[in-house]
Structure formats: structure tokens, C-alpha cells
Design a protein around this ligand. Structure first.
Ligand SMILES: Nc1ncnc2c1ncn2[C@@H]1O[C@H](COP(=O)(O)OP(=O)(O)OP(=O)(O)O)[C@@H](O)[C@H]1O
Ligand SMILES: [Ca+2]
Length: 909
């Protein structure tokens, strides 16, 4: 299709040109068009090719050192050394490559999960499809919070406003229409009847026909200019990278010292060169970055299984630090399964029986069944509830065998009203002819109400309004009493407010219903048409808490995480539910949006610690709450679903969007998406986040202790004028092979039992906090010393058998590591605090590493390569004893300390 000036064509022409109707195209036709026009995607620019990913593995500084070493070894005629080092580098490169490909794949699959969708009509049916599958001619429904998925000519608009700054730079939302625009050369910003890909619906709704997709869109024309580089590196990864660089310098410095002293002591230059390379290799934890990436990727996969989709990798770390969760109420803490239970009209309370979406139930007045259609006021209340409604109630079969069930499409609040109407035999179908809709003023969380304009058979237009009772009441000048509008007196107002509160106190979520006659339909296009209304009555629905929420909240409490409810609902309802689910402790404060408005930021900051429930707030308040909490040093997780929630989601340390009910805009701003909208999932994600961080800490500790040990062995041996206790190839082997497997297994270690009984970690804490740094030094030191001791013992008893002494030292180092790995599983506890068999991968990894060591020692062709000799039983007893010392001596001391502490009378607490 060549460039058409869609904006200057009329709607029928646009439909004709795109060969479609308001019922959309067929699935078959869509398939053909997809072949013709391609996927609705912007080309993503350069993709990292597998080859460059592979080559990247060899750009590491350490690898360069090794290459240089290889070259020199080769030049000096030490070919086995050279070949082996190259082999190890290549193996390491392949491993790193495979790991990175895997990590990349799992991150790509994350992107898929979070991919945008579009609501379209095909074959006359409304469906939701991935936005990438849109084709020209598709009829798209747009709603506030959607990202426009393609270039679209609008064919219907209801208060539709679109923010187009990504395309035009204009940050104010543009009101849209459907009228053709005469000037064919109008600029993009002036094409009021178009919605362009990538722009954002900030208000209202609309329907349009897709006229361009993918690279044919206006956005496609400038796609090269936009780079959406997401953060894919976590702060920890960055810090480890820095640490790696520091270690390189340390290694170089030590190496220089050792080499110079060695040469002055009369050692040969090649020998000293080898020693220098060994030291450099010993100091740098080659495997670390790759293992961090794997641990993160695997952790992210586990989170997906628990229904939490991570959009920004760094948040995996931040999650473990969360100290406050601010959660929406409706749908997150509650089930979003509304059932109207009570209503109030003409001064009387009615109870409605029945459960869920099953439209069976009675209307009762003081326990007696009544016929709602015989009572005019009640009937009108129900009619408005059904007319002022965009939901759909249908009977559907979930599976082939199952009984058909009633399901609601659209807003559950409105679904509940349809069910209520159906219980009285009042349905949208029965009203469609009698009172057709002319227009709609959509709901949004700021207005807290929604209206439709209808015309009845007598030709009278009426504005039918439903919304939050307190908000509605302020806009009512009259009230319907005994079928007549009576001027709203202050005592009437009070009566409504009282009825509202008494229903809310029972945890009911209330809606008010009102109307007003409209003489001229154009009236409702004015700025604020919902005024001078006639109040009719109240509807109260229960929305039961999600069953798992209570436990999740008490888990949070134990984990030192505060849960805060932020809701658009009424204060009394919010408070009742907060009490039910255990959010509101005795003495905890509940405040509402109006009170929040009177508070300065400073006041809020002072009191935010005591507030547990924010009721009747607008999305804009959320940002203030996030900031106030952050100023108090909190790490804040904040949920949201609408457009206006996006700023708060962005500002929070962990922005969370709803997977089911969330808008595109909220999802894009978020770091985490809950695919089941469930509060408990947030807690699960935090638990995983803590576990992942702990695991990273475990293997960082494990690997670094190994490196400390290796450096010390080499360094002291040099200083003492001994020969090299470990050969470079052996150190390389330890670092890349025998340490790698157990380290990866630590990366998938199950979390410690008390993981959710500790306070959140401080965001600023380094990975070496809580004694981890000290443990690395002490364990490393002991590993180094026992290795050196074994070497020295063997070498001094038989100086002619250097190879044997080196093999013993090599084995001691490896075995000490393989024992130490079990100590690393607990941050505070140590080797005895956890069941060894809990992590079968670790057992497997340790056994494999031990077998590999055996292979290097006992398989004859390996012996000249790794410069080893076979060891006998006695040798092994020496090796294993020495290897056990670092871990067990410290564990024994700690156990002893604990016993002493227990028997000693304690003075504190
Ligand atoms: N579809 C609707 N039409 C009219 N009024 C509505 C509709 N949905 C909700 N309301 C009213 O607006 C109020 C605020 O709704 P909003 O969606 O902002 O918050 P909420 O869903 O009650 O709670 P939360 O913020 O926890 O999700 C509701 O308490 C209700 O009285
Ligand atoms: Ca809501």
C-alpha cells in the first residue's frame, strides 16, 4: 500500500481502502495480509551475533594474559604447556559462550512474556492478540493506558486523548476526533483523527482501523533514532566487574614483586615467568561473571514459575532489599470477584442473595422476598446499573467436558452489576432497544465515576451516572424519593452518607447511582457535565480477600517488610478489609486522599511510618507516598495498573504492574509484572530475590576464598624461596574446572529456612557484608596455609620428588575447596547448620570435581600434561586431613563458642 493521506479521508473510505468493515477481517485474510505486510514490529537494529558473542569470551583481560603466556611458553619450546593452556582457554570460552547464550535466551523469553497485546475485532469477535500480529485492516479497540500498537485511523472516539510526545515532542495529550482533516499536508501533530504507533492513550477510549504496521508506520520511519536500551546488568554485576579489575591490578603488583625478588634470589627467568603467570591466574576469579549471569537467569526462571515476570534484571537484587510493599486493594489483595450484596434506595436497605456470577438470587426487604420490577425506584436503579456498563456477561464452556459457566468480560465491578440486573431479569439486551446509548464519559481513577447518555422511547435524553458515592453525592442537587426528585437537604445528604458508611463498615465496596435529564445532547461535551444530578441509591458489593493474602502479609511481617494498602475505595471499606487481612495493626493509621492533600511533603514524611492504609486516593498520590517512604530510607515496592500509576511505578525501587488488568503503560514502567495480579506473588518474588542474592553471595565467597588460598600459597612459597607449589596449569584447572561446577550448584542452592525471618538487607551493603569478607579471608588463608604445609612437608622429606609434592599440594587445594563449599551454603550458620543432601546438584558437582581430580592424577596420558603422579592411600590421608582443617577448625571453634555462650549467664535481653 502506497502512502495514503488517511487523515483527510472519511471513515467509510478508509474502511474501503483497507478492505475491511467494522467487524474486522477474517482470520484467514489476516494470515494472508501478514505474509504480505510482515510482522508488526520495528526492526531492532543490530543484533549481537552468536559469533561475536563467542569471540567476546576471549576479550577478557585474563585470557589475554594467558595468551601471552602461551606465546612465550611456545617460543621457549614448552609446547605441552602452550597447547594445554590453549585447550583450557577454548574449553572455558565454549562454556562461557553456552552459558551466555542460555542466559540471553531466557532473557529474550522474558521479553516475549511482557510483549504488548492489542484488542481487536476479527470475524466480528473481540479478541486479544500479540501486537506483533496486527495487519492493516484490523479493527482495534483503544483504551486509556494502551500503547497504540500500529498506525490507526480513528473511527470512534469517546473523550479520547493521546500523548504523542514520542513522535511530535509535544507532551500535552491531544484530544482526538473522527472527522476528516481537510489539509492533506497537515503535520502529524495536527492529524486529530489518527493514532500513531508508540503513542499513549491517556484518557477515554476509541476504535480505529489499522492503516500501517511495522516499519511502514510513522514510528518505523524514525525507528533508527530511538534506542530502547534496557538495563540488563545488575548493580552487583557491575561491582563484581570493578572488583575483577581491581584484582587484575593487585595480581600484577604481586606478580611484579614476586618475579623481581625471585630473579634476585637467582631463580631462572622462565621459572619466574611461570610463577608470575600462575599468580595472575590465581588472583583472578575467571569463572565468576559467567556464574553470576547463570544464577540470575535461573533465578528469573524460578520467578516466572511463581508468576512473577522480571522486566528489569537489576530489580532481582533490589527485591531482596524491599522494606515496604505498597499494594492496590482491588484485585491484588482481593479477588476482584464482586457480588452485589446490599443496596439502598428510597431510604430502605435490600439484601441480595446468591454468589459469584451465577445470576440466581432474590431481592429481600427485611428478610422478605420482593419483586424488584414492581418497585419503580429499585427498578430504575437496576436499569441504570445495567445501562451505565461496558461489561459482558455470558455463559461459556471452559472445557469440552465441563458444565458451561457464567463469565464476565470487562470490569468486574460492572460485571457484578450485570449479574445483579440479571437476577431481576433486567439485561442489556432487554434495554438495548428501549433506551439506546448515545455517548459515554469513561471511568477513570481520578474521576471515580462513569456516565452514559441515553435516549428513551419518549425521546428524552438522560445522563446516567455511577461512581464512588461520596464523589457522586457532591454532584447531586436532588434525590429521588418516592419517585420524585426532591431538593437535596443537608439531612438527606447525611442519610446517604450514613447508609454508605454502614455498608462500607461491612467491607462492602459501594457505588452510587444518579442521573439527570439532558435537554441538548451537546451539553455533555462541556467541561464538567456531571453536575446537578438526581441521586437514586447505593449498591454495595463484596470483594472477598484472596485466601493466600493473609499468610503472605504475616510472612512479610516476619521478614521485616511493611505492607501498605493504597486504594481508590472508600476509607471505611478499606479499613474493614485491611483489618480482615491483617494489614492494619492496633494503632496503625488510615488516611484518605483529602487528608493527604492537606499534608505537606514534610508532614507526610514524618507520619508515613504510622500509616498503613491510604483510602480514596488518586494515582497521583502514590508518587508522594513513594517519595516520603524513600526519604525515610525505605526500599519501596509499589503496584499499579493504570496510566496515572506509571510515574509512581517508575519512581519506586521496585515498580510492579498487573499482568492481567494492567495497562501497557504501567507494564512498561514496571520492573516486575505479576502474571496473576496477586499480592502473594510479590512476596514470593521477594523471597526468590533474597534467595538469588544469597546464592550469589555463597559462590562469590566460595570462589574468592579459593583465589585467596592460591595467591597465598604462591606468594609465601616465593618469599620462602621454595619452588613453585602449584603449576599455572594446575591453578587454571582449579579455577576453571574444579571450582566451576560446585559454584554453579551453589547458584541453585535452595534458600535457607529462615530466609523470610530476617530483616531486609540494606541496599547499600556490599556483598562482603555480614562477615562474608572476613570468612573469605580466614578460609582463604587457612586453605593457603594447609596447602603450603602439605607441600612443604613433602618437599622437605624428599626434595628430589618435587612433582609428588606439587601433586599433593594440588590435591589438597582442590579437596579443601570441595569441603569448604558446604560451609558456604549458610551465610551465618556454617557447615553443620544445613542438611548436606538438600542440594543434590551440589553433591553431584562435588563428586564430579573429585573424579576429575582423580582423572588428572591417575589417567596416565594426563599426568605429563598436568605434571602429576599417582598418590597412595597414605598420601590421601594427609591430603584429606589437611583439606578438612580450614573448614572444620573454624566450624569447631564456632560451635565451641556457641556452647560457651549458652552456658554463660547472659546479661543482655
Ligand atoms: N466502573 C466503574 N464505574 C463507576 N465507578 C467506579 C467503577 N469502578 C470503580 N468505581 C468507583 O471508583 C472508586 C475508585 O475506583 P479505583 O479503580 O480507583 O479504585 P479501586 O478499584 O476501588 O481500588 P484499588 O485502587 O485498590 O484498585 C471505587 O471505589 C468505586 O466507588
Ligand atoms: Ca483499581
Amino acid at each position: 500500500m502506497q502512502k495514503t493521506n488517511w487523515h483527510s479521508l472519511g471513515v467509510p473510505e478508509c474502511l474501503q481502502l483497507t478492505e475491511t468493515t467494522v467487524n474486522g477481517i477474517s482470520w484467514k485474510e489476516a494470515e494472508q495480509r501478514r505474509l504480505r505486510f510482515g510482522e508488526n514490529r520495528l526492526s531492532e537494529g543490530e543484533h549481537v551475533s552468536l559469533l561475536s558473542l563467542f569471540l567476546n569470551q576471549f576479550r577478557d583481560f585474563m585470557v589475554l594474559v594467558l595468551m601471552a603466556a602461551t606465546l612465550i611458553s611456545g617460543l621457549l619450546g614448552e609446547y605441552t604447556d602452550a597447547v594445554t593452556i590453549i585447550a583450557i582457554i577454548v574449553v572455558n570460552g565454549i562454556l562461557g559462550f553456552l552459558q551466555e547464550v542460555r542466559a540471553e535466551r531466557s532473557l529474550a523469553s522474558l521479553k516475549q512474556l511482557a510483549a504488548p497485546t492489542a484488542h481487536i475485532v476479527r470475524d466480528g469477535k473481540k479478541v486479544t492478540i500479540p501486537a506483533a500480529e496486527l495487519v492493516p485492516g484490523d479493527i482495534v479497540h483503544l483504551e486509556s493506558g494502551d500503547r497504540v500498537p500500529a498506525d490507526i485511523r480513528l473511527i470512534r472516539c469517546q473523550s479520547l486523548e493521546i500523548e504523542e510526545s514520542s513522535l511530535t515532542g509535544e507532551s500535552l495529550p491531544v484530544p482526538k476526533t473522527t472527522e476528516p482533516i481537510e489539509d492533506p499536508h497537515a503535520g502529524i501533530g495536527d492529524r486529530r483523527n489518527m493514532a500513531y504507533m508508540g503513542t499513549m492513550i491517556t484518557r477515554g477510549k476509541g476504535i480505529g482501523v489499522v492503516v500501517a504496521t511495522g516499519m511502514d508506520t510513522e514510528m518505523g520511519l524514525i525507528a533508527d533514532l530511538i534506542q530502547t536500551a534496557e538495563d540488563t546488568e545488575t548493580p552487583l554485576q557491575r561491582r563484581l566487574e570493578q572488583l575483577g579489575k581491581i584484582l587484575v591490578y593487585v595480581a600484577l603488583a604481586i606478580t611484579a614483586v614476586v618475579v623481581v625478588t625471585g630473579i634476585m634470589h637467582g631463580h631462572g627467568i622462565y621459572e619466574m615467568f611461570l610463577a608470575g603467570v600462575s599468580l595472575a591466574v590465581a588472583a583472578i576469579p575467571e569463572g565468576l561473571p559467567a556464574i553470576v549471569t547463570i544464577a540470575l537467569a535461573l533465578g528469573v526462571q524460578r520467578m516466572i514459575k511463581r508468576k512473577a515476570i522480571v522486566r528489569k534484571l537489576p530489580s532481582v537484587e533490589t527485591l531482596g532489599c524491599a522494606s515496604v510493599i505498597c499494594s492496590d486493594k482491588t484485585g491484588t489483595l482481593t479477588q476482584n470477584m464482586m457480588t452485589v450484596q446490599q443496596l439502598w434506595v428510597n431510604g430502605q436497605f435490600y439484601d441480595i442473595t446468591g454468589n459469584g456470577f451465577e445470576p440466581d438470587g432474590e431481592f429481600q426487604l427485611a428478610g422478605k422476598k420482593v419483586d424488584p420490577r414492581k418497585r419503580d425506584d429499585l427498578r430504575r436503579l437496576l436499569e441504570i446499573a445495567v445501562l451505565c456498563n461496558n461489561a459482558e456477561l455470558t455463559r461459556e464452556k471452559a472445557g469440552s467436558k465441563q458444565e458451561p459457566r457464567w463469565v464476565v468480560y470487562g470490569d468486574p465491578t460492572e460485571g457484578a452489576l450485570l449479574v445483579l440486573g440479571a437476577k431481576a431479569g433486567i439485561t442489556p439486551e432487554s434495554l438495548a432497544e428501549v433506551e439506546p446509548r448515545l455517548d459515554e464519559l469513561p471511568f477513570d481513577s481520578n474521576r471515580k465515576m462513569m456516565s452514559v447518555l441515553t435516549r428513551n422511547q419518549a425521546g428524552e435524553a438522560q445522563l446516567l451516572v455511577k461512581g464512588a458515592p461520596d464523589v457522586l453525592l457532591e454532584r447531586c442537587s436532588h434525590m429521588l424519593i418516592d419517585g420524585k426528585p426532591v431538593s437535596m437537604s443537608s439531612s438527606l445528604r447525611k442519610a446517604v452518607a450514613q447508609a454508605n458508611e454502614s455498608m462500607a463498615a461491612g467491607a462492602l465496596r459501594n457505588l452510587g447511582i444518579a442521573y439527570r435529564p439532558v435537554r441538548n445532547p451537546a451539553e455533555i461535551k462541556t467541561a464538567d457535565p456531571e453536575k446537578g444530578l438526581v441521586f437514586i441509591g447505593l449498591l454495595g458489593m463484596i470483594d472477598p480477600p484472596r485466601p493466600e493474602v493473609y499468610q503472605a502479609i504475616s510472612k512479610c511481617k516476619k521478614a521485616g517488610i511493611k505492607t501498605v494498602m493504597i486504594t481508590g475505595d472508600h476509607q471505611v471499606t478499606a479499613e474493614a478489609i485491611a483489618r480482615q487481612i491483617g494489614i492494619l495493626p492496633p494503632g496503625g493509621m488510615v488516611i484518605n486522599g483529602a487528608q493527604l492533600n492537606t499534608m505537606s511533603d514534610k508532614e507526610l514524611q514524618e507520619r508515613v511510618g504510622d500509616i498503613y492504609v491510604y483510602a480514596r486516593v488518586s494515582p497521583e498520590h502514590k508518587l508522594r507516598i513513594v517519595k516520603a517512604l524513600q526519604q525515610n530510607g525505605h526500599v519501596v515496592a509499589m503496584t499499579g495498573d493504570g496510566v496515572n500509576d506509571a510515574p509512581a511505578i517508575k519512581a519506586a525501587d521496585i515498580g510492579i504492574a498487573m499482568g492481567r488488568t494492567g495497562t501497557d503503560v504501567a507494564k512498561e514502567a514496571s520492573a516486575l509484572i505479576l502474571s496473576d495480579d496477586n499480592f502473594a506473588t510479590i512476596v514470593a518474588a521477594i523471597e526468590e530475590g533474597r534467595g538469588i542474592y544469597d546464592n550469589i553471595r555463597k559462590f562469590v565467597r566460595y570462589l574468592l576464598a579459593s583465589n585467596v588460598g592460591e595467591i597465598l600459597v604462591m606468594f609465601f612459597a616465593m618469599l620462602a624461596g621454595l619452588p613453585l607449589p602449584l603449576l599455572p596449569i594446575q591453578i587454571l584447572w582449579v579455577n576453571l574446572v574444579t571450582d566451576g561446577l560446585p559454584a554453579i550448584a551453589l547458584g541453585v542452592d535452595p534458600a535457607e529456612k529462615n530466609i523470610m525471618q530476617k530483616r531486609p538487607r540494606n541496599l547499600k551493603d556490599s556483598i562482603f557484608a555480614n562477615g562474608v569478607g572476613l570468612k573469605i579471608m580466614t578460609r582463604g588463608m587457612l586453605i593457603g596455609l594447609s596447602t603450603l604445609a602439605v607441600f612443604w612437608l613433602m618437599y622437605s622429606t624428599d626434595p628430589n620428588n618435587l612433582v609428588k609434592a606439587q601433586t599433593m599440594a594440588f590435591s589438597t587445594l582442590v579437596m579443601a575447596q570441595l569441603i569448604q563449599v558446604f560451609d558456604c551454603r549458610s551465610v551465618e550458620g556454617g557447615i553443620f547448620s544445613r542438611n548436606i543432601f538438600e542440594n543434590p546438584w551440589l553433591i553431584l558437582a562435588v563428586l564430579t570435581s573429585a573424579l576429575l581430580l582423580g582423572g588428572v592424577i591417575y589417567i596416565e596420558p594426563m599426568q605429563p600434561i598436568f605434571k602429576t603422579v599417582p598418590l597412595n592411600l597414605w598420601d590421601w590421608i594427609v591430603v584429606l586431613t589437611a583439606a578438612a582443617v580450614p573448614t572444620f577448625s573454624l566450624a569447631a571453634r564456632r560451635t565451641a563458642n556457641r556452647m560457651v555462650r549458652r552456658t554463660r549467664p547472659s546479661f543482655h535481653r
